[in-house]
Design a protein around this ligand. Structure first.
Ligand SMILES: Cc1cc2nc3c(=O)[nH]c(=O)nc-3n(C[C@H](O)[C@H](O)[C@H](O)COP(=O)(O)OP(=O)(O)OC[C@H]3O[C@@H](n4cnc5c(N)ncnc54)[C@H](O)[C@@H]3O)c2cc1C
Length: 468
């Protein structure tokens, strides 16, 4: 007899509480399939919905705007997601107090709309290879920004192509011919009056993509663009008026906003897979096909064991991803709160966990959304099912915010370091502290011990043996 521990769990309360009132709002629902819209229409439509939602939300909820939006619209075309997800959150994490007072109200009240320009035509993964330069001119107390080669052209940045008037740009900082590596700067790219390019700036849309076509991913070239010294985000690293460079405590802090986005991607993966499961399970209940015996009448396709195996695997993965996100999100909030007070020693740890989960969640969601689509037969291929959009959006998330293979290798590197520490007799702390334990084979008989603590210990045992 199997013994289960029951968990009181209400997904809706857990997840949707603050946005339940938006669920049936017709202003946020799509009348037309986006496949019938031109790219301009897609962008227009997405922006209208986004602005509507933004106005509807109370001021307190605006910081969580992207989170709320994605709660309901994982498959939908978003207006300017990078503005909140990367531009505003980078400002929040990397501005010094004076800069925060100036920039945050503008960003969070949508007085300006921003993008995040890091990737270049030549480099995405290997950030040390970025070629955009920011040379300090102490005489004028300005930085001079350039994209000196074709490969240094900023590429892929969301909203850069048409919508944004500002961006965070990542550039190699030079002071008196010495390179200090990549740093984040705030750069105005278009006029707030008529949306024309600022002097020395050229941007444009990079063209149609396999997904996310309501977002104007763009390119950007810069020719001797001057910005004041205080537009280097100086919470950690600083450049003084005379060109003295002061190095902050932790170089990784510059990429803190990517951590919040990776954390959100785990949530969106779970959300997208939940949507796909809902569609496919409902379809499988109402879809009648084939007789078990001649004359017995057709039956719901969910009766087939193969259908159950595929869909229930997808469904259980959805729950696993939700709980993984919930747990890592708590850690993420805590570590970033500590970082805001200058305590950045947990960054490597957080980065490693998020990199691994970002890869696993997007890979698993992509795989199982495809399964859900196949479970709907031909109807799953019709855009009207919603599944092709979910599938293509999720597949793309395996690449953005760090290619999955590169990400998972970074987690592997961290785990190898953990193994080395254990072999050297050190005690691991935090998420990986379970690797300290010596596991026995006491729980081999799973049937008689199927309670949560035993299952957890089995997973920990398995995980330790997978690591080393
Ligand atoms: C839809 C979308 C939106 C994006 N939005 C933005 C944005 O707003 N702002 C921004 O700055 N960027 C953005 N990007 C860029 C994105 O972050 C990069 O595309 C991503 O980091 C991968 O870099 P890459 O394209 O240079 O790939 P590459 O690094 O060239 O990767 C190509 C292949 O080489 C492999 N590879 C590369 N390096 C290694 C390694 N060290 N070890 C093993 N294998 C390796 C990869 O696994 C991959 O298979 C976006 C990308 C997409 C697709």
């Amino acid at each position: 007899m199997l013994q289960y521990e029951f968990i009181n769990f209400n997904l809706k309360t857990f997840y949707f509480t603050s946005v339940a009132s938006l669920e049936n709002d017709t202003n946020l629902q799509d009348e037309n399939l986006s496949d019938f819209l031109s790219q301009e229409e897609k962008i227009d439509f997405a922006i209208k919905k986004t602005i509507y939602l933004f106005r509807k939300l109370g001021t307190n909820e605006r910081e969580y705007f992207m989170f709320l939006f994605q709660n309901f619209y994982p498959s939908q075309q978003l207006g300017f997601p990078l503005h909140f997800a990367m531009f505003a959150s980078t400002l929040k994490l990397l501005c010094n107090p004076e800069q925060a007072n100036y920039w945050l109200p503008k960003a969070f009240n949508l007085e300006i709309v921003g993008s995040y320009a890091q990737t270049e035509l030549g480099h995405g993964t290997f950030l040390k290879g970025l070629e955009t330069t920011a040379v300090y001119d102490p005489l004028n107390e300005e930085f001079v920004l350039n994209t000196p080669t074709i490969t240094s052209t900023k590429w892929w940045s969301g909203q850069l192509g048409k919508v944004a008037n500002y961006c965070i740009i990542i550039a190699q900082l030079y002071i008196k011919n010495k390179c200090y590596g990549n740093h984040p700067f705030v750069l105005q790219i278009r006029s707030l009056e008529d949306h024309s390019f600022m002097p020395g700036v050229i941007t444009g849309d990079i063209g149609p993509k396999m997904a996310l076509n309501s977002i104007d991913n763009g390119f950007m070239k810069l020719d001797n663009v001057r910005i004041p010294r205080n537009q280097l985000l100086m919470k950690y690293d600083q450049v003084l008026k005379d060109g003295t460079y002061i190095s902050g405590p932790n170089k990784k802090s510059m990429y803190a906003s990517m951590m919040t986005v990776r954390c959100a991607i785990i949530m969106v993966s779970a959300q997208s897979l939940a949507a796909a499961c809902t569609i496919a399970v409902r379809y499988s209940v109402v879809r009648q096909q084939s007789e078990a015996e001649q004359g017995a009448g057709e039956q719901s396709v969910l009766n087939f064991q193969t259908q159950q195996y595929r869909l229930f695997s997808a469904l259980s993965t959805t729950y696993a991803l939700f709980f993984a996100w919930k747990s890592v999100n708590e850690a993420c909030q805590q570590i970033l709160t500590d970082a805001a007070q200058g305590k950045t020693d947990q960054f490597l740890f957080l980065h490693s966990i998020l990199a691994g989960l970002k890869s696993q969640s997007t890979w698993l969601a992509t795989k199982y959304i495809q399964t859900c689509r196949e479970c709907c037969g031909g109807h799953g291929i019709s855009s009207a099912s919603g599944l092709p959009l979910l599938e293509s959006h999720t597949a793309v998330s395996c690449t953005y915010e760090g290619d999955n293979t590169v990400m998972i290798l970074q987690t592997g590197k961290f785990l190898l370091k953990c193994a080395r520490d254990i072999f050297q007799g050190k005690n691991l702390v935090g998420f990986v502290s379970y690797l300290n334990a010596n596991y026995t084979t006491e729980h081999q008989d799973v049937d008689s011990n199927l309670h949560l603590s035993a299952l957890l210990r089995l997973c920990q045992h398995r995980s330790k043996r997978t690591c080393f």
